[in-house]
Design a protein around this ligand. Structure first.
Ligand code: WT7
Length: 647
């Protein structure tokens, strides 16, 4: 690494909340006095009953448990709202920037947000929703999305947010898996001027098997489109909320009571319902948001993630609001009406902390510097990145052009499962390296292991594991605790396996290299190869399909599918398009295959296992890296596939 790649913390450090020594002290305290350290973090929150039992964790499979603050009692919405009313009730909580820059901006103070949450919470209670009931939220990035999540939290209902880009089948699967009683949606969403038929998708989803648990659908009138309402199931959001009192007695929740379920793709089978609980999750979301973003009372924070992903849960809803912060929520996309939009919004709302994904940075970098330079961005003081490894070239552009060399970049590594950031620079305390997430946060114990589970010391490359728990760790896969244990704790006994590969350099800094399992990271979104494969084989012309990730200049990874047709079917362009449409229709546009290659046969071992390593190298057009193909049942399959690469 060149010296100029090292961005010294010193310049930012003078004004930073914590310096290097304090960071090191926190790390030391977490080791020497763990209960004191973790109890200290819990003091960030308002508790009806402060916990006395701080942590009770065993990764030993014979006696497995993960419990944090287990005798504590709190309410997440109270922490995000009521707590701020006396001192900060008139502070702006949400600045809503609509898809159309000429549509009105909405600003909601903490007091107004509190009232709206209470009205919806009362309405939900009247509709028979109570503690522990599941509510599916399928909304665009509008204030009602935040209101809906917090209203669930207020009455102890468990929300399951489904990203608005998912197709009816995916919505139905997620409703069926958790047995939601109520769905909150909108007539339509707007993205870059395009209308997303959310209500129509819900109607289609509720015709699919397994969704009979849904009694009520609340519909937010957003674009005003005419949508059919099916009475008595469908109710207008405004109609049920109007006239409700603007206060609502919060449910007192145990720290280990579920707060939400969020579905994420794994390497096998259907998406997993990642379950997070109330106390530990909220402590971790709040602590990491303040620490990593060097949060100050006057900041305007903007995380561009959709609430359909964990980033939207932890760093749009729970972290920022628990910290009483002012933030922007944005309905639109970075290139509408033009590619300056992000920076126009930064200027318009004087954003000081901006947090986005490498895929967005790469897409904007391609458009050159002019659309950025056309804006001021002087309000920015800190930049963040999340979702996938950021390549050093994109990092430098973000740093030099967007931040004009003035703003540190926090490259934050974490997962849906971790609830919040685990590895990241702390601005002012950590020297930055383009492409490295650098150091674990205080209390976090990452390690690298080889394929046999042996711990690797010093400079090394291996699989990333965590040796111990932290409060924001997921507690179970909803409805399938065994799957939770099998997925994360069986590969390397006594450790949590992240599914990521990672390198640690001579300074002890971590460089995430990407997934080592069958999960593809497309624009920072996880897609399971198995899900795409089952969507493909659901087509009658398809006999077999194998899907791998392939490097993509903007999306990080693209989806490359090998498809073997049923005997007699023709390999036509029409069929290729029909298969792409099939995947979009079954999963959603985010799973659109970039390439479909016809495969007369797939490379399999003698026992019939598809060798994806080989398929990845063919997709990358790297025949020299194929490695040993002698264990294949029929090695000639490889040559046929290399010759058959499209274009
Ligand atoms: C996977 C988790 C964390 C919220 C967004 C994604 C990859 C995430 C980074 C980063 C390198 C990263 C990992 C991880 N990832 N952040 N800063 N550098 N890789 O959440 O959908 O649960 O995906 O995203 O591969 O395992 P997710």
């Amino acid at each position: 690494m060149h010296q100029r790649d090292r961005v010294e913390a010193a310049t930012f450090a003078a004004k930073a909340n914590i310096n290097r020594e304090q960071y090191e002290q926190l790390c030391a305290q977490a080791v020497q006095d763990p209960d004191g350290f973790w109890a200290g973090l819990a003091q960030r929150l308002h508790w009806y009953r402060f916990p006395t039992r701080i942590r009770d964790v065993s990764y030993d499979l014979r006696d497995f448990r993960i419990r944090w603050y287990e005798d504590g009692v709190l309410n997440a919405s109270v922490n995000c709202l009521d707590r701020h009313l006396d001192s900060n009730g008139d502070k702006v909580a949400l600045i809503f920037e609509p898809d159309d820059p000429d549509a009105p901006v909405q600003k909601l103070t903490y007091r107004e947000l509190h009232a709206r949450v209470c009205r919806l919470a009362n309405a939900l209670r009247n509709l028979g929703v109570g503690k522990g009931d599941r509510v599916t939220i399928y909304l665009p990035m509008i204030p009602e999305a935040v209101v809906a999540m917090l209203a669930c939290a207020r009455i102890g209902a468990v929300h399951s947010v489904v990203f608005g880009g998912f197709a009816p089948q995916s919505v139905a699967d997620r409703i069926a898996d958790c047995g939601s009683k109520l769905v909150i949606t909108a007539d339509e969403g707007l993205r870059g001027g395009r209308r997303i038929p959310l209500k129509a998708n819900v109607d289609a989803a509720l015709k699919l098997p397994g969704t009979h648990s849904v009694e009520t659908v609340l519909v937010v009138r957003h674009t005003g489109a005419a949508v059919p309402m099916q009475m008595p199931r469908d109710r207008w959001f405004d109609a049920v909320v109007d006239g409700q009192p603007d206060s609502c007695e919060p449910a007192q929740m145990n720290a280990e009571d579920p707060l939400f379920i969020l579905y994420t793709s794994g390497s096998t089978g259907k998406p997993k319902g990642v379950l997070h609980t109330t106390g530990g999750y909220l402590v971790w979301a709040s602590y990491t948001h303040a620490l990593v973003f060097d949060l100050k009372p006057e900041d305007v924070f903007w995380c561009t993630a959709d609430i359909g992903w964990i980033t939207g849960h932890s760093y749009v809803v729970y972290g920022p609001l628990a910290n009483g912060c002012t933030q922007v929520i944005f309905e639109g996309v970075p290139n509408h009406p033009d590619v300056s939009r992000f920076w126009q919004v930064v200027d318009r709302h004087q954003v000081s902390i901006f947090y986005t994904a490498p895929t967005a940075i790469r897409a904007l970098m391609r458009e050159g510097d002019a659309p950025v330079r056309a804006t001021s961005r002087t309000s920015l003081r800190l930049l963040g990145s999340v979702g996938e490894p950021i390549n050093p070239e994109a990092w430098r552009w973000y740093f030099e052009v967007v931040g004009e060399g003035r703003c540190p970049i926090v490259d934050t590594w974490w997962q849906t499962e971790t609830g919040g950031i685990l590895i990241s620079p702390i601005p002012g305390a950590t020297d930055l390296k383009p492409g490295s997430a650098t150091r674990p946060l205080p209390g976090i114990r990452p390690a690298l292991v080889d394929a046999t589970g042996t711990l690797l010391e010093g400079e090394a490359e291996g699989n990333l594991v965590l040796l111990d728990s932290w409060p924001g760790q997921m507690r179970t896969v909803y409805g399938d605790h065994q799957r939770f244990i099998d997925t994360y704790f069986k590969t390397y006994p006594g450790m949590y396996f992240t599914g990521d590969g990672c390198r640690r350099d001579a300074d002890g800094d971590y460089w995430i290299t990407g997934r080592v399992d069958d999960v593809i990271n497309v624009s920072g979104h996880r897609i399971g190869t198995a899900e795409v494969e089952s969507a493909l084989v659901a087509h009658p012309a398809v006999a077999e399909a194998a899907v791998v990730g392939v490097p993509h200049p903007v999306k990080g990874q693209g989806i490359y599918a090998y498809v073997t047709l049923v005997a007699g079917e023709q390999e036509t362009e029409e069929l290729r398009q029909a298969l792409v449409a099939q995947v979009r229709q079954m999963i959603g546009p985010i799973a659109t295959p970039d390439v479909i290659q016809w495969a007369p046969a797939l490379p399999k071992t003698r026992s019939g296992k598809i060798m994806r390593r080989i398929l990845r190298k063919i997709a990358e057009d790297a025949p020299e890296q194929l490695g040993d193909t002698s264990t294949l049942a029929d090695p000639s399959v490889v040559d046929a596939l290399l010759r058959g690469r499209p274009r």
